[in-house]
Design a protein around this ligand. Structure first.
Ligand SMILES: Cc1cc2nc3c(=O)[nH]c(=O)nc-3n(C[C@H](O)[C@H](O)[C@H](O)COP(=O)(O)OP(=O)(O)OC[C@H]3O[C@@H](n4cnc5c(N)ncnc54)[C@H](O)[C@@H]3O)c2cc1C
Length: 283
């Protein structure tokens, strides 16, 4: 018998029904979206739950709303949908690029943004691109909506600031405006690779001077991180060749990389600097 055969999966028709099921199930409740992370975990040793609630295709989780200053993206939106959603491309190019590097076509068609974020792997491709937007996570429960800044959402290795009765409904992501964004994923292959390190940036330059800089890394620590010391160093300075070299060196000095089966700490430290250089030269 396959380990997944005994799971009783409920298929609510809307978010309200899903929230009622989650409130009742408490800590025993397991949400299931595209299943591309969970199915792998269940067949490779993690005991599957007896019950799960499917949030796949819940209408309230599949919406994208482009507003004046920001964009609401439902947690159930798939990576493939993000790649195809042309109205958001110019506002959130790093996120679109990141979604396009998740697995390959089959995984992008099934994997969701909410699943990628809630799975909380430090190697989740969309995390750095979300982090540089200074956006928020909208968590729904029977009590209403709680909004948490993305910079505070990943609280530890595979941990998020969400209660068992909460469902991620959407992400509220400020548009990039006049800033430029960049996303780079460094892996062993060009597709179907888990990253050794990745970076996203959102940097605004006006009249040759850096107005603001947001730079985030994935696969470097227990959670995705922002390079705040480098960001602070860059803000307000003229964009020169020397500044780029100084920022590259500061990034290499201040980053605290992990070593694991995919890469060494030294390699990650060196590449961090190169990725900061790449983001600045791209301006
Ligand atoms: C072959 C293969 C290749 C892959 N390649 C990549 C890759 O290159 N990059 C990458 O980042 N990932 C990769 N993944 C991982 C996975 O595809 C993504 O993380 C995907 O986005 C997960 O989404 P899902 O909808 O399938 O999540 P699920 O597996 O359904 O759920 C994942 C977790 O999120 C929780 N969850 C789901 N939706 C919600 C919600 N709305 N609210 C609260 N919690 C929720 C679930 O309870 C579970 O804990 C790969 C997976 C496979 C099998």
């Amino acid at each position: 018998m396959r380990p997944t055969e005994n799971i009783n999966i409920r298929f609510p028709k809307n978010l309200q029904e899903a929230l009622r099921l989650q409130a009742k199930a408490g800590t025993r409740g397991q949400l299931l979206a595209g299943g591309t992370d969970l199915m792998v975990q269940w067949v490779s040793g993690t005991p599957p739950p007896r019950r799960a609630t499917s949030v796949w295709n819940l209408p309230e989780l599949c919406e994208i709303e482009v507003r004046d200053k920001d964009i609401l993206i439902g947690a159930g939106v798939t990576h493939a949908f993000l790649v195809d959603a042309t109205p958001i491309h110019r506002h959130l190019p790093a996120l679109v690029a990141a979604a396009g590097t998740v697995g390959a076509a089959q995984i992008q068609a099934r994997g969701t943004l909410g699943g990628n974020v809630a799975n909380a792997s430090p190697a989740g491709d969309t995390a750095p691109a979300l982090l540089v937007t200074d956006g928020t996570v909208l968590l729904a429960s029977l009590g209403g909506i709680r909004e948490v800044p993305l910079t505070q959402f990943w609280t530890g290795y595979r941990q998020i600031d969400a209660r068992p009765d909460e469902i991620i409904q959407a992400f509220r992501l400020p548009k990039k405006g006049a800033a430029r964004e960049r996303f780079r994923k460094i892996g062993t292959r060009k597709a179907q690779a888990i990253s050794k390190i990745m970076a996203a940036s959102r940097i605004r330059v006006r009249k040759g001077q850096i107005v603001s800089a947001a730079i985030a890394l994935g696969s470097i620590a227990a959670t995705p991180v922002r390079l705040t010391q480098v960001e602070d160093f860059l803000a307000g300075k003229p964009l020169t060749a020397k500044l780029i070299t100084d920022a590259e060196q500061l990034a290499q000095k201040t980053v605290q990389p992990i070593a694991d089966i995919r890469s060494t700490a030294e390699y990650r430290r060196w590449v961090t600097g190169r990725l900061v250089r790449d983001a600045l030269e791209n301006l």
